[in-house]
Design a protein around this ligand. Structure first.
Ligand code: HEM
Length: 490
């Protein structure tokens, strides 16, 4: 391969058409391109630098080894105004510092302490279900994880303040990620769009206008209004937190309110707001989308759901109770989630925006290129996963050989790997363990070979039209536990 920088080949269709195919069926489109062009190909979208997608593990390794000065993540293609100074958009030392600030709020000791509360929140949601209730799985799980986010981000479990935050957060996410906003952002250019919304928000709040929450004439006004309101609520809480430096609160807003820049200054209020909103957005649709695909696999594979049920009961028998932390360590349950994230990762790819020429495996790419490691494609390669690569087979995770970080990366990798991966896995493991133990679902998808198309929500890939389910059975919270504790006592 030549050392002269060049873009790999790709489809010759108009940019708009490529954008449309990405929006409507990204999994299928990427697979078609990989079949036609191989391990690396270039796509072109309106308002964006060329996108080079790579999937071969040696190229993925080169991708995750890119140096901080080779990339500029402020150009990241996310069309939501989280704030320009949030981890995902920062570069170099600022980025490293930002991770140092947020990671302590997500380390395993903190997560262990939160497992019990996560379980209580999940229990409350399941207790409220009854046979005949209909849900769309991503929205159901989104509701549960939003309650968890109120606790982990803000330290709030119940009460009017939690309800106010919860409502505003949900409304803001919906107003910022609906189809119109996604289309406008994609056509305008995602990073330019995000910066435009951010300037409008800053202009508004500089005038002391903290939003009415009302819809305006323009399709984007509502998102700006709601962000201004949410940010104002957070700003008041940051000030309150700073007046109380000795609280035993461990939530992100409180912890980051007391974090400093390298020179000892407290982080600016806008920075704390951006980090908090970033964590909210980073964790919300990602978990909802991941759970939608996961449930779809389980509806198609009742044998796996049944085995999960039996495995949870077995774990309870061994512990004498439902231990939310222990449940997150049960190999079969974790294998099921990993297998779902392998075949249907909600983040199809992970992006770096090159500002310098860079070598990615055998490729030499020019500056002003967006390069993406295509998790969806790597996770389905037969040369990595074997002849049964396309089969949903959780047992493969229990057979001794685990994949390298360049063969399996649903949470990205390298210096910019997802900071919330452990929290995300912990909450999804608890939610699905409890679903398997206590709830039976039916769905049109359980009775057909049909597989849905894909849609983009907040940069995540979800089953088109969601995953509709009807609850057919809800077992009591004590199910399987009373017997186990009696056995343990005898
Ligand atoms: C199933 C759920 C989740 C999935 C699939 C997911 C996926 C990802 C991916 C693919 C990246 C890009 C990594 C890279 O560029 O190499 C990322 C980054 C990030 N995620 Fe997640 N994520 C999830 C949950 C969460 C949660 C719960 C949080 C917060 C508590 C979070 C916060 C972040 C942040 C702040 C970044 C930017 C990291 C950086 O640039 O240094 N994510 N995530």
């Amino acid at each position: 391969m030549s050392n002269k920088p060049q873009l790999p080949p790709g489809p010759k269709e108009f940019k708009f058409r490529q954008g449309l195919k990405m929006g409507l069926s990204i999994y299928d489109y990427l697979q078609q391109c990989a079949d036609e062009f191989g391990d690396a190909f270039t796509l072109n979208l309106p308002g964006m630098d060329p996108m080079v997608w790579v999937s071969r593990p040696d190229m993925v390794k080169g991708f995750f080894s890119l140096k901080p000065d080779q990339i500029d993540q402020s150009k990241l293609a996310i069309p939501i105004d989280i704030g320009d100074n949030q981890t995902g958009f920062l570069n170099n030392e600022e980025h490293a510092h930002s991770r140092k600030v947020v990671i302590p709020t997500l380390v395993s000791k903190r997560l262990q302490d939160r497992a019990q509360v996560m379980h209580e929140i999940v229990t409350k949601h399941i207790d409220a279900m009854k046979p005949g209730d209909e849900f769309d799985v991503p929205r159901l799980v989104g509701d549960i994880t939003l309650d968890i986010a109120c606790y982990t981000l803000l330290g709030l479990r119940d009460g009017p303040k939690k309800d106010l935050y919860r409502d505003l957060m949900l409304q803001w996410i919906q107003a910022s990620t609906n189809n119109t906003m996604f289309l406008l952002g994609t056509m305008y250019g995602p990073s330019k769009w995000r910066n435009r919304l951010h300037s409008a928000y800053l202009k508004k709040t500089a005038k002391g206008d903290f939003g009415s929450g009302k819809k305006g004439l323009m399709p984007w006004s509502h998102s700006i209004e709601l962000k201004a309101q949410l940010a104002d609520l957070m700003r008041k809480d940051i000030r309150e937190a700073r007046k109380n430096p000795n609280s035993d609160r461990t939530d992100l807003l409180y912890t980051v309110s007391h974090a400093h820049y390298e020179d000892g200054e407290l982080l600016s209020e806008e920075r704390v707001i951006a980090e908090s909103m970033g964590m909210l957005v980073g964790g919300h649709e990602t978990s909802a989308a991941t759970s939608a695909w996961y449930m779809l696999w389980l509806l198609k594979r009742p044998d796996v759901y049944k085995k999960m049920h039996d495995t949870v009961l077995q774990a309870i028998k061994e512990e004498g109770r439902f231990d939310p932390l222990k449940i997150t360590e049960v190999p079969y349950l974790n294998a099921c989630l990993s297998e779902s994230q392998r075949l249907t990762p909600s983040a199809v790819g992970t992006m770096r925006c090159l500002v310098k020429e860079a070598k990615i495996g055998p490729l030499t790419l020019p500056p002003n290129t967006n390069v993406l490691a295509a998790a969806y494609l790597t996770h389905r390669r037969k040369d990595v996963w074997g002849e049964d690569a396309l089969e949903f087979r959780p047992e493969r995770w229990l057979e001794g050989k685990l994949p390298s970080p360049f063969e399996y990366y649903p949470f990205g990798g390298g210096r910019r790997a997802c900071v919330g991966s452990n929290q995300a896995k912990q909450q999804l493991r608890i939610i699905f363990a409890e679903f398997a133990r206590r709830v039976e679902f039916d769905s049109p998808y359980a009775h057909t070979e049909e597989w849905p198309g894909q849609q983009q929500v907040s940069g995540q890939t979800e089953p088109q039209g969601g995953v509709p389910v009807t609850v057919t059975k809800v077992r009591p919270a004590s199910y399987g536990i009373q017997e186990a504790s009696l056995q343990a006592a005898s």
